[in-house]
Design a protein around this ligand. Structure first.
Ligand code: NAG
Ligand code: NAG
Ligand code: NAG
Ligand code: NAG
Length: 410
């Protein structure tokens, strides 16, 4: 087995930050999207519960607003593919499917806004969306204007059926300008990096035109795919951390906590890892059927606070020796966070961390377990902190300089 030992001084990893200058996404976007759970379910007769139609988004908005999600920071109710009619109208304006969205998109956006939430729409920088609905190609300015008129606050731009790297990138640049010209603040979430990742993408250019960057494969309702995505972003952490920051964050794709595949430990792991890496936190699950234990994970404010930390640093992997991997993230107020992941498949084992190993040898820290909401004591330099980590589980820590007077760990 290959052993890798990496010790990066996290506090020195300060880098230039590139982002779209529209004042938005100063912390990673949080919200809900139907894709993982509801896909392109358009047969409302046989599958009324899962059908992509206005009622589904209204129900989710109701739940996000009334069951604690909004208070925890979830803000966007987003659409994914399959909301459109197969044809634009005679003026070239996009239409929603008339059977499934009879009230129109403006009415749905108004409903979401009436709950104190924001509304997001999906489109594709190509001739068709991934599921064969009208793409934006040839209609960039018109669609941007339409979205603004409808009251859209977030646009996810996919990349199926595109016309190759050069035109694709030009399209994104034009869309950024078209959105800006509407004068409406609209978060622009780009799959530019993802679709161009085999064409040596210029991540700086992407970061300058987007608020959120999908750079890699779609997540699935699968632990293997969660780990695959984690491995990719970790492998690219040097590049990603240079373009990630306030105004523009990586989007590792949806949080599948509360879907079918992840165990309780795995669900804690995805949420902790996406949080420490400063990914967008977009839930994609049936909130009407949320298991209370999974909901507790999604509403863990101590973990969310680490994701939403205002410095906007990306967590970096600082240690990897099978079966453990450790990430650390610099936080505001001289604090830091860490996640220890166990990829073991036999039993819980203890793993020992020290402040030196985590990259913070300079002073004593009060350390808190943010998943179990417990203070663990004060540690300095090489003093050992032994933590039991379950198979495919994590421990997540927040460390606060212990000499800071009157400053609480949380
Ligand atoms: C982008 O906008 C420029 C200027 O209006 C135009 O010449 C160009 O064709 C557009 N490209 C795409 C791909 O939309
Ligand atoms: C448009 O761009 C300018 C300059 O980058 C920026 O200051 C402004 O906030 C943007 N406005 C919108 C609505 O995106
Ligand atoms: C990448 O994009 C940035 C920003 O647009 C630009 O300054 C830089 O020259 C580009 N790099 C390459 C290698 O094209
Ligand atoms: C293992 O860690 C637990 C705390 O998670 C601690 O109580 C126990 O003493 C540790 N065991 C060893 C052998 O270090």
């Amino acid at each position: 087995m290959r052993t890798i030992l990496l010790f990066i001084s996290v506090s020195l990893a300060v880098s230039a930050v590139y982002s779209l200058d529209n004042g938005l996404a100063r912390t990673p976007p949080m919200g809900w999207n139907p894709w993982v759970r509801f896909r392109c379910s358009v047969d409302c007769v046989n599958y009324p519960e899962t059908c992509i139609r206005e009622e589904l988004f209204m129900e989710m908005a109701d739940i996000v607003a009334s069951e604690g999600y909004k208070d925890a920071g979830y803000e966007f109710i987003n659409m994914d593919d399959c909301w459109m009619s197969k044809q634009r109208d005679a003026q070239g304006i996009l239409q929603p499917d008339p059977q499934r969205f009879p009230s129109g998109i403006k009415a749905l956006a108004d409903y979401v806004h009436s709950k104190g939430l924001k509304f997001g729409l999906y489109q594709d920088m190509g001739t068709e969306t991934c599921d064969g609905y009208p793409g934006i190609w040839g209609h960039i300015e018109t669609d941007a204007k339409t979205y603004a008129e409808w009251g859209v606050d977030y646009v996810k731009m996919d990349g199926c059926h595109n016309l190759g790297p050069t035109l694709f990138g030009e399209g994104f640049v034009n869309m950024t300008r078209a959105l800006n010209e509407t004068k409406r603040p609209i978060v622009f979430s780009c799959e530019w990096g993802f679709d161009m990742r085999l064409h040596n993408p210029n991540y700086t250019d992407i970061a300058l035109h987007c608020n959120s960057m999908r750079q890699y494969n779609d997540v699935q309702d699968s632990w293997d795919q969660v780990i695959n995505i984690l491995n990719w972003y970790t492998g690219e952490q040097k590049v990603m951390s240079q373009v990630n920051g306030p105004g523009n964050f990586i989007d590792m794709d949806f949080i599948v906590v509360g879907d079918f595949a992840l165990s309780y430990e795995q669900a804690q792991s995805q949420f902790a890892l996406w949080s420490i890496m400063s990914s967008a936190l977009l839930m994609s699950s049936d909130l009407r059927k949320m298991d209370p234990k999974m909901k507790e994970i999604l509403l863990n404010r101590e973990v969310i606070a680490i994701n939403q930390d205002k410095l906007g640093k990306m967590g970096l992997m600082i240690y990897s020796k099978s079966p453990y991997e450790v990430w650390a993230k610099e936080l505001d107020n001289d604090c830091f966070a860490a996640v220890i992941l166990s990829k073991a498949y036999d039993m819980p084992h203890n793993f020992t961390v020290t402040m030196t190993m985590l990259g913070y040898p300079s002073q004593p820290y009060a350390v808190r377990d943010v998943i179990n909401h417990r203070d663990l004591g004060t540690f300095v330099k090489d003093e050992p902190l032994s933590l039991t980590v379950n198979p495919s589980g994590v421990r997540m820590l927040k460390a606060v300089p212990s000499k800071k007077k009157g400053f609480k760990v949380y």
